[in-house]
Design a protein around this ligand. Structure first.
Ligand SMILES: NC(=O)c1ccc[n+]([C@@H]2O[C@H](COP(=O)([O-])OP(=O)(O)OC[C@H]3O[C@@H](n4cnc5c(N)ncnc54)[C@H](O)[C@@H]3O)[C@@H](O)[C@H]2O)c1
Length: 438
């Protein structure tokens, strides 16, 4: 009965959506729901974000400014920090952070506190979906008991619950929230069906239904661990290639000509962002509960986590060849974003490179066309405002740590004393006498 009613209401666009957490994942999702004709309420604990949404002011790169503004003006989307409005929502997507704590263990406190807040206002006939990346078992073992005990409602009878991982790839110009296929695993067949129907009503991408939330949770971890392990492999191979005097970049380009069975991954200064460096830790933590050691994955994390230090070691050798010590050298770090053409520096390896350079006595500045300043340990670190030939020439070493497309690398090459390119972004420059690649 509940299922049929909800399916009809989805079809008629009568469902009111709630999106909890208005960040990189939540805001684009809220916009898509509202665009598809569902009145949407975005919840966040940060009043600043709520105010910006209500003023139609966009703060996420993947959201189109005008779309957000129009949806707010039409009354289709609004933000709030008042969780009592959860009682108005028929579909609730939870998109809160899932970071690591200082011991590199899962910090599930944001999921817990948002679910607590939801549980006090949950009404019958609601669909609840966790989208935050997490260890297998979170939806059934953590979210369900909180929702049931505080609301007095029963999962599968009074409300539906499931997991559907977010796959947003910030800065991807082809795949956005709207056209990326989605996986849905509900507690029970009916939950999966209605939650999938809700996503089908909003997204263009396929919706793949799986048999449980745990499958969907593990599937997401597999996606990101697959990247982590393959990047670990190529970082290790890159170090070996350097020892052997072989260009790892040329090796990869050659391997890529195989039309099947090989996918190219590239070395770099380390992993960054909210997903790939963190998610495998969620899995290894959970695995220990089963007396299981994910040795391959952990080895890959050791290699990737050591990559910023390896880059600084290489920088020391580069300076050494010019008879310069890193202690006291002036170093310009080009790009602090964790990947190209975005303004996100969470977990960015460039920040670890900077920290290590400073630890060994280098005088470090940075320039990033996307990030004029960043916050670190409560301090604001300001970058150089622009790049000029004179400024570039004043550094003993330039280290390229993000492959931003809006940097004039030709000018940098012509003026820099030495460049250490950890991203091979200078590969098409013909004059390379002052460039060393990772
Ligand atoms: N950013 C990505 O590229 C990406 C991609 C795929 C999956 N994910 C996953 O999606 C989840 C969210 O990531 P994000 O990048 O959007 O994070 P984010 O930090 O950009 O946004 C999270 C938002 O949740 C809000 N929040 C925190 N606690 C809250 C609470 N109790 N109630 C309401 N709001 C609360 C924060 O204020 C913030 O605005 C994470 O689990 C992440 O691993 C992220």
């Amino acid at each position: 009965m509940m299922k049929e009613q909800l399916l009809k209401r989805i079809e008629a666009r009568e469902i009111i959506c709630g999106v909890v957490g208005l960040g990189y994942v939540g805001l684009p999702l809220a916009v898509e729901k509202a665009k598809a004709g569902f009145r949407t309420i975005g919840f966040d604990v940060q009043d600043k974000k709520v105010d910006m949404v209500n003023q139609g002011y966009n703060y996420i790169g993947d959201v189109v400014d005008n779309e957000l503004k129009e949806l707010v003006e039409q009354g289709m989307l609004r933000g709030t920090s008042d969780f009592s409005l959860i009682g108005q929502a028929d579909f609730i997507a939870i998109c809160v952070p899932t970071p690591l704590d200082k011991h590199q263990e899962p910090d599930i406190s944001y999921v817990r506190s948002s679910v607590e807040a939801i549980s006090h206002y949950l009404k019958p006939n609601t669909m609840v979906v966790l989208e935050s990346t997490t260890y297998p078992g979170t939806t059934e073992d953590l979210v369900k008991p909180i929702l049931e005990s505080n609301s007095g409602l029963k999962c599968g009878v009074d409300f539906y619950l499931g997991f559907s991982p977010e796959r947003v790839d910030p800065g991807n110009l082809i795949y956005k929230t709207k056209n990326t296929p989605k996986v849905v695993g509900g507690i029970g067949r009916d939950a999966t069906e209605v939650i999938a129907a809700m996503y089908r009503a909003v997204l263009e991408g396929d919706v793949c239904e799986v048999s449980s939330p745990a499958i969907a949770e593990m599937e997401k971890i597999l996606e990101n661990t697959y990247r982590n392990v393959n990047i670990g492999l190529i970082n290790e191979l890159g170090r070996l290639c350097h020892e052997m005097g072989i260009s790892v970049w040329e090796v990869i380009d050659a391997a890529k000509t195989k039309p099947y069975g090989f996918q190219a991954f590239y070395p770099g200064p380390g992993l960054g962002g909210h997903c790939i460096p963190l998610d495998p830790y969620y899995l290894t933590w959970k695995a220990r509960e089963y007396g299981f050691h994910t040795t391959l994955i952990e080895n890959s994390m050791v290699i990737n986590d050591g990559q910023p230090l390896y880059c600084v070691d290489r920088a020391m050798h580069i300076l050494n060849r010019s008879k310069k010590a890193i202690n006291g050298s002036k170093v310009l770090v080009l790009g602090v974003a964790y990947k190209q053409d975005i303004d996100d520096y969470r977990e960015s390896p460039a920040l670890k490179v900077i920290e290590e350079l400073q630890r060994v006595g280098a005088q470090v500045d940075f320039y990033d066309p996307w990030i004029p300043e960043y916050r670190d340990n409560g301090k604001t670190i300001k970058g150089q405002e622009s790049l000029s030939p004179k400024m570039v020439a004043g550094y003993d070493l330039v280290i390229i740590t993000a492959a931003h497309s809006n940097v004039d690398y030709d000018m940098v090459q012509k003026n820099a004393q030495i460049i250490f390119d950890t991203k091979n972004v200078t590969k098409n420059l013909s004059c390379r006498n002052n460039i060393e690649t990772l």
